[in-house]
Design a protein. Structure first.
Length: 355
C-alpha cells in the first residue's frame, strides 16, 4: 500500500471514530473536549498532516482536500450534536421549573402621583368646577411681569422680601425665576385684552415658583396657585364666598374663615385668610399656637394699578385675587410636620401618602 493510500485510510478511520464519539457525547463539556481532541491544534487531524511532507508533490493536494472535507463533516456533526444536547438541557430545565398554577400571581407595584402633584390637581379641580379656566406661564419671567405690572416698582421693599434668583440670558431686560404665580395673572389679562375680549375673566394658575428659602416650612422651589376674577361689580363679598366654598371643599368639612387686614402691593384692600384650626376645631393646640386659627393664604381686590398695566378700564371693572402655597395646604390637610419631606424622596413617606 502506497504512503498516500495509507494516509487516506488513516483519515477515514479518524472520521468514522470522530462521528461515533461525537454522537455519543452526553453533555456540552464532553463534546467540547472531543472537538479539541480531533480538530484542535494538536488533534488527530493535525497529527496526520505532519506526514504530508514525506509525500510526492502531486499527492499532497489530495491529502489537503481530504482533510478539509473531513473537517467540514466533523464540524457539522458537532453542531448537530450540540443542538440535540441544547434541546435536552432546555427540556430538563423546563421540567425542573414547573409552574404551580395555584400560586397567586406576582403583581408589579403600581406607580402613583407625587403627594404635591396630587394636591395640585385636587386644588385646581375645585376651581375648575367653580368655572375658572386653567392658565400657565413661563417659570423664567421678566421683571415687568413678575414685579412692575404687579405694582412692585424697582425701589419697592417687597422685591427684597421675595429673595429672587436672577438669570443671565443676554437680553436687555433682566430675567428671573418667578417668585410667585401672579405673573400668569398679568399674562392672562394681557392676552385677553390683546385678543379683543372684555371681562368677565376667571382664571386659576398653578405652577412652580422659586425663592431663596430653605427650612421646615420653606423650600427654594415650591408650588403655588394663583386665582383671580375680573368683571363688573366684583366685591370682597364675592371673594369671601369663593374662599369659603373652596376651603370647605378641600378640607371636606365646613371650616370657619376670617379675613385679617394686611398689605400686598398688588391688591387693595388686602387680607390674610385664616381658617379655624383643622386639628383642634378651634379649641387651641400646638399647631395653631393656642389661637384656634391657621393662616392659609393671602387675598384682596386687584389693585387698580395692576389693571391699568394691562389696559383694563378700572372705572368699569374690578377684580379679586388670591394665592396659596400647595405644599402648605397639603401639609395642613394630612398633618405633615416638615415641608422637606416632600422633596427628600423617602419611599416610606411617599408610600404612606399613596405616592
Amino acid at each position: 500500500m502506497s504512503d498516500i493510500d495509507a494516509m487516506l485510510k488513516q483519515l477515514e478511520t479518524i472520521r468514522q471514530q470522530a462521528v461515533e464519539v461525537f454522537a455519543a457525547a452526553q453533555d456540552a463539556d464532553a463534546l467540547q473536549a472531543l472537538k479539541v481532541q480531533y480538530l484542535g491544534k494538536k488533534g488527530e487531524l493535525t497529527g496526520v498532516l505532519k506526514g504530508v511532507g514525506g509525500l510526492a508533490a502531486e499527492d499532497r493536494p489530495r491529502i489537503g482536500q481530504a482533510v478539509n472535507r473531513i473537517k467540514a463533516e466533523l464540524e457539522a456533526a458537532i453542531e448537530a450534536r450540540a443542538a440535540v444536547l441544547g434541546s435536552v438541557a432546555d427540556a430538563a430545565r423546563i421540567a425542573a421549573e414547573r409552574i404551580d398554577v395555584s400560586l397567586p400571581g406576582r403583581r408589579r407595584p403600581q406607580g402613583a402621583l407625587h403627594p404635591v402633584q396630587k394636591g395640585l390637581d385636587e386644588l385646581t379641580d375645585i376651581f375648575v368646577r367653580m368655572g375658572f379656566t386653567i392658565a400657565e406661564g413661563p417659570e423664567i419671567e421678566t421683571e415687568f411681569h413678575n414685579f412692575d405690572a404687579l405694582n412692585i416698582p424697582p425701589e419697592h421693599p417687597a422685591r427684597a422680601m421675595h429673595d429672587t434668583f436672577f438669570v443671565e440670558d443676554g437680553g436687555k431686560e433682566p430675567m428671573l425665576l418667578r417668585t410667585h404665580t401672579s405673573p400668569v395673572q398679568i399674562r392672562a389679562m394681557q392676552r385677553f385684552v390683546e385678543e379683543g375680549h372684555e371681562p368677565p375673566l376667571a382664571v386659576v394658575a398653578p405652577g412652580r415658583v422659586y425663592r431663596c428659602d430653605s427650612d421646615v416650612t420653606h423650600s427654594p422651589m415650591f408650588h403655588q396657585i394663583e386665582v383671580f376674577k375680573v368683571d363688573r361689580g366684583v366685591s370682597m363679598a364675592q371673594l369671601k364666598g369663593v374662599l369659603q366654598f373652596f376651603l370647605s371643599t378641600y378640607f371636606e368639612k365646613d371650616v370657619p374663615i376670617r379675613l385679617r387686614p394686611h398689605y400686598f402691593p398688588f391688591t387693595e384692600p388686602s387680607a390674610e385668610v385664616d381658617i379655624g384650626c383643622v386639628f383642634c376645631s378651634g379649641k387651641g393646640c400646638r399647631i395653631c399656637k393656642g389661637s384656634g386659627w391657621l393662616e392659609v393664604l393671602g387675598s384682596g381686590m386687584i389693585h387698580p394699578n395692576v389693571l391699568r398695566a394691562v389696559d383694563i378700564d378700572t372705572t368699569q371693572y374690578s377684580g379679586f385675587a388670591f394665592g396659596l402655597g400647595v405644599e402648605r395646604m397639603v401639609m395642613l390637610k394630612h398633618g405633615i410636620p416638615d415641608l422637606r419631606l416632600f422633596f427628600e424622596n423617602d419611599v416610606r413617606f411617599l408610600r404612606r401618602m399613596g405616592g
